[in-house]
Design a protein around this ligand. Structure first.
Ligand code: SAH
Length: 244
């Protein structure tokens, strides 16, 4: 079984002693039935990944002693995903998959035909953390505040934007190969409004693509863009796990 991996905000270094948040302490005690003395891995983008030992675990507190570094911090470059907010279960699923597939930035955009539902940022962030712990990432994607569609698209004008357009567009693979740095934009469950599509397609740095002959749900379209981006741009032999 894989050992436990926890994302911690605090800087990690040899000899650091860290008290865990009550939820993490509860998880170790009640779910993993961990005992003092057990080792686990802790990580964050700034410090890399470290082996740590539980030196105290009781009803009141969990304390870790950081021991040795397993992986140095390393850049984890990945695409920006621009997407419309979805209803909670689909949104949480999408965020999990976006972490696994290496998105570096997540930019929710406001669209006319989107489900308007206040998503709790702390809960969304928790999904990102859990996914990063599971998939061996060191970094969490940056989750940006929801922004107007065109404002967000203009902010990505420098790398350009690949727009998944259900009304049709160029083939995906050659577009991704040609613009590997471009942000990826997927519309809401209700699709783009006509004027939104017209405004987007008028921008020279927006490249519309088709994802095929069926209409995909918004989260499937996001997943397809991220998976294809990874398949076409990632190095072949990157190991993903440190030796424990
Ligand atoms: N309700 C709309 C579909 C919305 S699908 C309709 O019936 O037309 C949600 C989003 O997924 C779309 O805005 C688009 O960004 C993306 N998408 C879904 N299927 C696609 C396809 N075949 N090609 C390109 N983009 C697609």
């Amino acid at each position: 079984m894989r050992d436990t991996r926890l994302h911690l905000e605090a800087p990690l270094g040899p000899g650091a002693s860290l008290d865990l948040e009550p939820e993490a302490a509860h998880y170790l005690r009640a779910v993993l039935r961990a005992r003092a003395g057990r080792t686990l891995r802790v990580f964050n983008a700034g410090s890399g990944e470290w082996r740590a030992r539980l030196v105290r675990l009781d009803r009141h507190r969990a304390t870790l002693a950081v021991e040795t570094q397993l992986r140095p911090p390393a850049a984890e470059p990945g695409p920006t995903l621009l997407f419309a907010l979805l209803k909670k279960p689909r949104l949480e699923w999408l965020l999990e998959k976006a972490v696994e597939l290496g998105a570096a930035r997540l930019q929710p955009v406001r669209c006319r035909h989107a489900v308007v539902e206040a998503a709790r940022p702390d809960r969304l962030r928790q999904r990102l953390i859990e996914a990063a712990e599971q998939c061996e990432r060191l970094s969490l994607p940056e989750l940006l505040p929801e922004t107007g569609l065109l404002e967000a698209v203009h902010a990505a004008s420098e790398p350009g934007v690949i727009l998944a357009d259900e009304a049709g567009g160029a083939a995906l693979a050659p577009t991704l190969r040609r613009y590997p740095e471009a942000a990826l934009l997927v519309g809401p469950e209700g699709g783009f409004a006509t004027d939104e599509r017209t405004a987007l397609r008028a921008l020279t740095f927006v490249r519309p693509v088709s994802l095929g002959a069926t209409i995909l749900r918004a989260e499937t379209a996001s997943l397809m863009l991220l998976a294809c981006h990874r398949a076409l741009t990632s190095a072949a032999d990157r190991p993903c796990r440190a030796e424990a």
